[in-house]
Design a binder for this molecule. Structure first.
Ligand code: 2AM
Length: 192
């Protein structure tokens, strides 16, 4: 019996849906961060781990992941663009982030759908409103001067992905499990 419980535990994977940042944007953000935050501001997130979370799933079984993957595959939505024109600090969680002042409707719709599908599958969702962001630094619990401007990095989003959080030699790495396209085509002005 104990054996069965242990096997079940080890098959759980910590997963989340997210938007991938292209490598060029990750590098651009790393340079901007180095120029705008002192080393003591917090622990920098490595470039390859920078992403924008859509829905956090927690530790889930393979069966639950499969259901969520099937549902994700049925999402039919147009792509959109996201401009990272906002920067802020949440001292409570120690996070310094890049975000967007006016998130496009497509981003909010996609996150809302994935979060409600996750909730229906029993993945507890935070009661906090969705605030799209890319975490730049962690452990930032002390006051810090927040730059007035970002580099306004712009992402053209044509897919979304399921990620797994894994420990590699004691370090957290996010590995992509599966991606799904967002439809291309005419974009309405308010989607840009
Ligand atoms: P964060 O960057 O704001 O910490 C992988 O851990 C991703 O899932 C991170 O982007 C993280 O957001 C997010 N995440 C982790 N735990 C979460 C939780 N309990 N609720 C919502 N998002 C979470």
């Amino acid at each position: 019996m104990i054996d069965t419980v242990d096997k079940t535990k080890t098959s759980l994977r910590r997963m989340f849906f997210a938007l991938t940042l292209p490598e060029a944007i990750q590098q651009d953000i790393v340079q901007w961060r180095a120029a705008n935050f002192p080393p003591e501001a917090g622990r920098p997130i490595v470039a390859a781990n920078m992403h924008l979370t859509l829905a956090f799933l927690g530790e889930i079984s393979a069966a639950k992941a499969q259901v969520l993957q099937q549902q994700a595959g049925r999402i039919s939505q147009a792509g959109f663009s996201v401009t990272l024109d906002d920067v802020g600090h949440w001292p409570g969680s120690g996070v310094i982030w890049l975000g967007c002042k006016n998130p496009p409707r497509g981003l909010l719709q996609l996150a809302q759908l994935l979060r409600s599908q996750a909730a229906r599958s029993g993945c507890a969702q935070t009661s906090l409103p969705f605030h799209p962001h890319v975490t730049l630094l962690r452990g930032a619990t002390r006051p810090v001067v927040i730059p007035a401007k970002t580099n306004n990095q712009r992402l053209c989003v044509d897919h979304f992905s399921l990620y797994e959080s894994v420990l590699v030699r004691g370090r957290t790495r996010y590995t992509k499990v599966q991606s799904w396209p967002l439809a291309s085509g005419e974009r309405k002005p308010d989607d840009v």
